[in-house]
Every structure is written in C-alpha cells, then in structure tokens.
Design a protein around this ligand. Structure first.
Ligand code: ADP
Ligand code: MG
Length: 632
C-alpha cells in the first residue's frame, strides 16, 4: 500500500470543506451522482466508438446503498472507472486550475462559497463535508486490475491494488457521527436525489433495508398471533431517468427546467432564463439553453470551462468544446443534441461540419432572441446587463452576422441619466433628429468622464453623450461599430464640437485675435502637443485635450490596440477657450515666464481632467506655486 500526500491546495480545500462549507451539505450526493453519470456517459460513448470496448455489455445504472447498521452510504456506478494513474490525477492532485481559482474566489460567506464548489470542478471533495473516511474502489473498463483509494480527508490518501469484478466505481462513505441521523435515511436520500438528479439520464436505485410485517391469515389473527417482523432488502428507483430535453415542452414545468439546470451547471440558484427548442426538417436537433442568474466565475478567464454539452442521439459526446457557441456567449449553459451528427465526431469534424455550423447559427439566434425577450422587462434586464453587458460588447465585435441584433441588446451609461443605462434605440429616440450622430466618450473612470470639460458644449446644446467607462473593451470595440441605424457613432475626444451659433467669419476673427498667444504656447509645449488652437467646445474650463481623428497614426494605434498590442499614446491637440478669463488674460500678457508656466498648467490640467497622466508632477506643483504666489 502506498501513501500519497495531497497537493497543498487540495489539503487547503479539504480543510475548508470540513470546517467552513457546512451550510449546504446535501450537495455531496449531487456531486457524486453527477460524477457517476459522467463516467457512464464516457463509457457509453466508447462502447459505440472504441473497438476495444465495443464488446462490453452493461446496463448503465447508479446504485446508492444506505446501510443503517454500518452508518454508511455507498454510491456505485458501472461507468468508465479509474485506474491508478486516473485516481492520482483526478482525486489526489488537481490538474486543472480549478482549485486555485476556487480558493481565490471564496467570499467567506459559507452559503455562497458552497455554491462555488461544483462550478470549479472540485465536486468530489465535497464528500468530506459529511464523511469521516472515504474509499474509492474502481476498475477501468477494458483493464484487469482494480484499485482502492482511501482517505480521511486530512492531508493524505492510501492507494493499493485490489480485486474488483465489474468495471466502474464504488464510493464508500463512512459518515461522521453527527451526519448519520440526517443522511443514513432512505426518505432523505430519496428527496435529495429527486431534487438534484431527477433527470440524470440513467436510473438511480436506492438499496435499503426495510422492516416488513408478516401478513397473518384470518385464523392466526383470530388466534391472536403476533405478526412476525423482519428486515427485507429493497431496491427502488428514485429518479425519472429521462433526458429532460427529449421530453415534450408541454410536459415540463419551470421547476423541472430549473432543477435540471442545477444538475448540469452545479449552480444552486435558479437560472435567469431558459429556452428549449426542437428543430425538425433538414436537420433534426434539440437545444436547451440557460442563462445563469450570476455569471460563471471563470467567465473572464482564458481557460474558462465551456457550459454547453454536446449529445448525439442522447449519447453524451463532449462538454469540453468551446466551439459549440461563440465565445461571447460563453456564459450560456445547456445542451445540444443532434440526430444527424456521426457518433464519432472529432473536434476537427465538429469545426468543419455543416450540420454543426447550422445548429450553432440557429442556437445563437435563439439565445439572442431570448435575451431580447428579457430586455422587455426593464428591472429584469438590469440584472442581465449587470452580469453580461461586457460579453455582449465582445459580440458586437466578433459576430458580424448578428451585430445589429446584439447592438440592440447592449446598454450604455449616459449623460442623460446617472442611474439607468440606455440602449442605442432609446438614445436615438431622445435625440433631436437633426443630430444624426451618437456621441460617446471613453475612459476608465466614470466620474472623470462625467466631469470631462469635453462634455461642456454637449451639455450646453442638450446633446446626450454615452459614457463608456470600460476602457479596455470599449476602446477596442466602439470605433469598429461605425453606425447604428444610419447614425454614426462619434468619439467626442476626436470629432468636431457639436452645432454652434458661431459663423465662419466669427471663428476666423477669434483665431486672428489669439494667433500670437497660440504660437507662443505651441513654442513652449513643443512635442508635447500636436497642435494648439482655440475652440468653442468649452464653457467653464480654460482648456481641454482632444485626439486628432484624421491622424493615420491614431488609426494605426487603434488597430494595434484591437490586436492586443501596447501602443504609446500620441501627442494630443490642446484646445483653449477664448472666452475664459485665464485665456483672455494670457492673451494680453507680456511676461514670458508667466506665459510658460500658464501654458504648461493649461496642458496639465486638461490632461488631468481626462484622467491622463501628466509628464512631470514636480514641475507641475512648482509652476502652480509660482502662479499662486503671484496671485497675491
Ligand atoms: P469534475 O466532475 O468537475 O471533473 P470532480 O471533483 O467531481 O470534478 O471529479 C474529479 C474527477 O474525478 C472527474 O473529472 C473524473 O475524472 C474523476 N471521477 C470522479 N468520480 C468518478 C467516477 N465515479 N467514475 C470515474 N471517474 C470519476
Ligand atoms: Mg464532478
């Protein structure tokens, strides 16, 4: 027998399981049954596709033995099973990043944290919430040797060869003293199985002893004979064992859908929405998609677990295929079951297969139209937006076919309202029809954006501006949108100021009047600015910085950013407000030192109001102090 130490993280996790995650212990049954079902799925698939395993004859089933004398539960499956290496890899070390990110995501709230268990693929360990000791006895299909793994959940496990007749896995759970009364109970286990595993595709049998009372004959009864009581071993099926998605919609209730969601997602909260579709005709398939109420924890990880399982004629094929839906819909959970795909579909076939492409396309349309339905209920849609606005924005960029539909679903912060977000449609409805453009500003701080001097003229003219404060993604995606229903989307940091009453002549006059000071400022700031000019977009602020929309370098930089490359910021254009006191006074100033100080201060404050970094903070402070001293 060999003793193995658990990886540190597993040890930590077990520590956590046994001591903190006590509020929802019953889920260990769900987790073990789900593993058993996964193991049978794998074998059923191999029985159809793998020459070596084609001969295996077994009727898929899961048995749960409730032993009142031994105070134990035993969960038995005849699935694929595990050999020595599998046991070490799957339930000794953690090959995937699951455990680590699970630990990082813990909130300290036991109830919330226990909901995370399944999501991170660390379900098996949940058994240590209730177990003093666990034995896993397993034999891999097609192999000779069985193995026994056992552990009390405290830092190490033993592993040794053993004899096992049938392929599959037996999980023997010796319950903790304080858990016996709850879980060594047939009605309790039955309730849990019905609650979480009713639509697992395989039958789950409960095996238990029940006291039976002897039937007495009329004579014996008359003679006053006591009926004999004895224990009898019974076996009862506890679940429906039908693939839920293959049932007619009319037969299913919201409750059924919600419970099934929990079995496939390991989430314990009801989903926000679901959509169940059966397509018949050229291509025959069923899809059932769910939108989780809370976004999956790994939604922003590159190594996220895809949430859609692929079946072919109810045979499980894969749950690890990211191509089933586009990445921007990676939060969707559910099932695709095709009647037409070959059982031995490989990843390559999937990616090039016409049938699959067709299913994928209509699946996307289904999900999007379900989201559109959600959008009709403003309150509900707020919840959706809070979770999924960002992936939808990715969709605008990724999915050219559905771009218009997705644009209707994305929501934006706006100067129109500080509380509620707006759709582009609502923006357009509110706007003056003469406007013909949708204005936006991008940055990473909502407050800075809302206070940007660049908004002044828009406020004055009553023009709404979208506040895009998710810079990382908005900067990449928004310029590519182009237009929404004939209205161009315009970045206010690089477009002309909106309508003004100023005539061309008046504009020329102002330029002429400030020509010499503009030249002086340009001289002082040198390469720090691309250009200096007077503007009519400001009212309260003396200056602002903008980008040059026609600069080919800027467009290049935009493309590089979109490809994920770092690009140096190009020098901005400094615009000064000819109606502002400071600028007016500066225009008449002949003190060169003063002009130099004020020029830098105008640039630096303009940059700061846009949340940009200034070049030299020490010099800024010095200049500010000099000017303040002068003021007295
Ligand atoms: P997940 O099911 O999300 O992978 P678990 O912690 O529940 O995470 O299980 C870890 C792994 O252990 C599984 O992926 C599987 O490889 C293996 N495993 C667990 N239970 C069984 C079983 N009954 N039969 C075969 N393999 C199993
Ligand atoms: Mg599992």
């Amino acid at each position: 027998m060999a003793k193995h130490e658990f990886q540190t993280e597993v040890g930590q996790l077990l520590q956590l399981m046994t001591h903190s995650l006590y509020s929802n212990k019953e889920i260990f049954i769900r987790e073990l049954v789900s593993n058993a079902s996964d193991a049978i799925d794998k074998l059923e698939y191999l029985k159809l596709t793998d020459e070596k395993l084609k001969g295996i004859e077994s009727t898929p089933q899961i048995n749960i033995k409730i032993d009142e004398e031994d105070n134990s539960l035993t969960i038995v499956d005849n699935g694929i099973g595990m050999n020595e290496a599998d046991l070490i890899a799957s339930i000794g070390t953690i090959a995937k990043s699951g455990t680590k990110s699970f630990m990082e995501n813990l909130t300290g709230d036991a109830k919330k944290d226990s909901n995370l268990i399944g999501q991170f693929g660390v379900g098996f360990y949940s058994v240590f919430m209730v177990a003093d000791k666990v034995d896993v006895i397993s034999k891999k299909a097609g192999e000779e040797q069985g193995f026994k793994w056992s552990s009390d959940g405290s830092g190490s496990f033993d592993l040794s060869p053993c004899v096992k007749e049938e392929h599959g896995t037996v999980i023997y759970i010796k319950l903790k003293e304080e858990e016996i009364s709850e879980f060594v109970s047939k009605p309790r286990v039955e309730t849990i199985v019905k609650k979480y595993s009713n639509h697992i595709a395989y039958p789950i049998f409960l095996i238990f002893d029940e006291e039976v009372t002897e039937e007495l004959s009329e004579e014996d009864k008359k003679a006053g004979k006591e009926p004999k009581k004895s224990m009898e071993n019974k076996r009862e099926q506890a679940n429906e064992a039908t693939a839920l998605w293959s049932q007619p919609k009319a037969k299913l209730k919201a409750e059924d859908y919600n419970e099934f969601y929990k079995t496939i997602s390991h989430d314990s909260t009801d989903p926000m929405a679901y959509v169940h579709t059966r397509a018949e005709g050229v291509s025959e398939y069923t899809t059932l998609f769910y939108i989780p109420a809370i976004a999956p924890m790994d939604m922003y990880r590159v190594d996220y677990q895809p949430g859609v399982k692929l079946y072919v004629k109810k045979v499980f094929i894969t749950d690890d295929e990211k191509e089933l839906l586009p990445t921007y819909l990676r939060f969707v959970r559910g099932i695709i079951d095709s009647q037409d795909l070959p059982l031995n579909v490989s990843r390559e076939i999937l990616q090039e297969n016409k049938i699959m492409a067709n299913i994928k396309q209509s699946s996307v349309k289904k999900v999007l139209s379900e989201i559109k339905k959600l959008a009709k209920d403003e309150e509900k849609y707020k919840e959706f937006t809070a979770q999924y606005n960002r992936p939808l924005k990715e969709g605008v960029y990724q999915d050219h076919v559905n771009k218009d539909a997705i644009l209707e679903l994305v929501r934006y912060k706006s100067t129109n309202d500080t509380e509620n977000m707006t759709s582009l449609a609502a923006y357009k409805d509110r706007a003056d029809t003469e406007q013909k453009a949708i204005y936006y500003i991008i940055g990473d701080d909502e407050k800075v954006l809302r206070n940007s001097p660049l908004l002044e003229s828009y406020k004055k003219n009553n023009i709404e501006v979208l506040i895009l404060d998710d810079k990382e993604i908005d900067e990449v995606i928004t310029p590519g949108i182009g237009s929404y229903k004939d209205w161009d989307l315009k970045d206010i940091t690089s477009c002309e100021a909106p309508k003004t009453e100023q005539t061309e002549e008046e504009k020329k006059e102002v330029e002429e009047k400030f020509k010499s000071i503009v030249e002086k400022i340009t001289g002082v700031l040198g390469a720090e600015v691309k250009e200096v000019k007077t503007t009519n977009r400001l009212s309260d602020s003396p200056s602002c910085v903008v980008k040059d929309a026609n600069d080919p370098m800027a467009q290049m930089a935009q493309m590089m950013k979109a490809m994920g490359q770092e690009v140096p910021e190009s020098a901005p254009i400094l615009e000064i407000n000819p109606d502002h006191e400071i600028v007016k006074a500066l225009n008449g100033c002949s003190d060169d030192t003063m002009i130099e100080n004020i020029s830098w201060l105008l640039l630096d404050q303009a940059k700061m109001s846009e949340g940009m970094e200034i070049k030299d903070t020490v010099a800024f402070t010095k200049r500010l102090n000099t000017v303040m001293a002068k003021a007295f």
